[in-house]
Design a protein around this ligand. Sequence first.
Ligand SMILES: N[C@@H](CCC(=O)N[C@@H](CSC=O)C(=O)NCC(=O)O)C(=O)O
Length: 277
Amino acid sequence: MPLIQLAEHKLFGGLQRRYEHHSNSLNCVMQFSVYLPPQAAKGKVPVLYWLSGLTCTDENFSVKAGAQRIAAELGLMLVIPDTSPRGDLVADDPAYDLGKGAGFYVNATETPWAAHYRMYDYISQELPALVNAHLPANGRKAISGHSMGGHGALVIALREGGYSSVSAFSPICQPTECDWGRKAFSAYLGNDKAQWLQYDAAYLLAKTQTTLPILVDQGEADQFYPAQLRTQALQDANQHSQSGAQIRMQPGYDHSYYFISSFIEEHLRFHARHLAG
Ligand SMILES: N[C@@H](CCC(=O)N[C@@H](CSC=O)C(=O)NCC(=O)O)C(=O)O
């Protein structure tokens, strides 16, 4: 599928671009953003995929996180997808935590969602193939995200392999046991809780024997902590699996992009180290 370039801005010596394409997984037209660091003008570079949270598009992280200055220094390409399928033919819900803007990075099996809501396949398969085919990517990749996107990043990295590292800000760690997750998973996946567990980071981490480098930051003043995020479940799973994940509590920080912009540099340096290794 061809990529149509919608916008381009020079930024810290590199290029911030927005693309549109038809997605076979999602059966609709999608947009995503890319930051190409200056090094990408001369050769292929590693890629960090960023998954955003509820209500976001690709623009929230692009505009608010302040990631591009460090990505330019480190020679990291940033690929920033949308959070759900889009368009008039796509099912939606009036609530902010279901439907458009709330794809939860799962492959829906239930009506009316299954026709388009296949964000797991889109992020883990289709988008990397598209990036590798059309952009100067060197084949090495890492993944990160925030809240619903932190859940998506952890689940995809733990299930798929192939990522050098994973990190998350304020992830929904145990969606099978919180209101956001139970609502979305009932709608998208139905009532069989065995199906839900394949998208539960705490469950997956407890079972894993992975040596994948994992970094998680959680603000202690986050308005969704602990009820929706259930960080303790990830900490328990980490101890159980001895996976060596760094799960850091950050006093005073809330759930917002102010938190993300305070620690994004550390996350990018963490990923760059492992992408180079
Ligand atoms: N509108 C909702 C909360 C929506 C919200 O806080 N979204 C977060 C992600 S939450 C988990 O996935 C977000 O990133 N918002 C975009 C931004 O630019 O801040 C409510 O009122 O509770």
